[in-house]
Design a protein. Structure first.
Length: 238
């Protein structure tokens, strides 16, 4: 059984359909990417999946109909979104932001302490800055904090919206190295990303979304050598 199954899902703003009849699946432990131009409907699709936008069609998470779960219930089931805007609490410390990520597990003090140590081991820079306010961090550090906070919820599926946005090339490579390493922990990832080359190099499977519809799909390595994808998305990227 697929962990997340999206079946003929459509999302509309007023009378404008931003996503039309999209179907895709994510298997346990798999990294799946959705690439495409600005305005293709990538972020809209994530918003519908996490429960922030109304949608038509069918979506299931580990066999559960997502129309039965609100956003909080989805998070409790292990479904977590890291939005493009990071949505950090700027006036709170790095440590407090991380602990808030584990809020649903707040009664498990020992587990939270253990997970916090694990986050600091994965992101040494966050340990160094654990007492700093989140608003004082660099762009790369903010993205690491957003990822770390999401991991504190012990997600089974992580939705990542443009994790490389606004970051310097060296930091982008580090962020994608971290994303790839999460595969080893058993976390499944749905990755929406403008940097098509980095996304396809990291993912197992990919979908190309244009004007709200899936126009290509396949194994990420195959898409990287597909002339149509190369011409549209990989030609100028290094």
């Amino acid at each position: 059984m697929s962990l997340l199954e999206i079946d003929r899902v459509s999302v509309a703003y007023d009378k404008v359909e931003a996503v039309r009849g999209v179907s895709m699946a994510i298997e346990p432990g798999q990294i799946v990417t959705v690439i495409g131009p600005n305005g293709a409907g990538k972020t809209t699709l994530l918003g519908a999946a996490i429960g922030l936008l109304p949608w038509q069609g069918r979506m299931t998470f580990d066999g559960i109909d997502l129309k039965r779960l609100d956003v909080e219930a989805r998070v409790e089931q292990g479904f977590c979104l890291v939005p493009e805007t990071r949505e950090l609490f700027g006036e709170l410390s790095v440590a407090d932001n991380l602990l808030l990520g584990g809020y649903a597990r707040r009664r498990d003090a020992a587990g939270l302490k253990q997970d916090l140590a694990g986050i600091y081991a994965r992101f040494p820079r966050l340990r160094e800055r654990r007492g700093q306010r989140a608003s004082t961090l660099s762009g790369g550090e903010r993205q690491m904090l957003a990822l770390g906070r999401a991991l504190m919820a012990r997600p089974r599926l992580l939705l990542l919206d443009e994790p490389s946005l606004g970051l310097a090339p060296l930091i982008v490579r580090e962020v994608f190295r971290i994303i790839a390493s999460l595969r080893e922990t058993g976390v499944s990832i749905l990755l929406v990303e403008q940097n098509a080359r980095a996304a396809l190099e990291t993912a197992d499977f990919g979908y190309v979304l244009e004007t709200g519809e899936i126009v290509h799909s396949g194994r990420a390595t195959d898409l990287m050598h597909d002339p149509r994808v190369t011409a549209s998305y990989l030609g100028g990227q290094r």
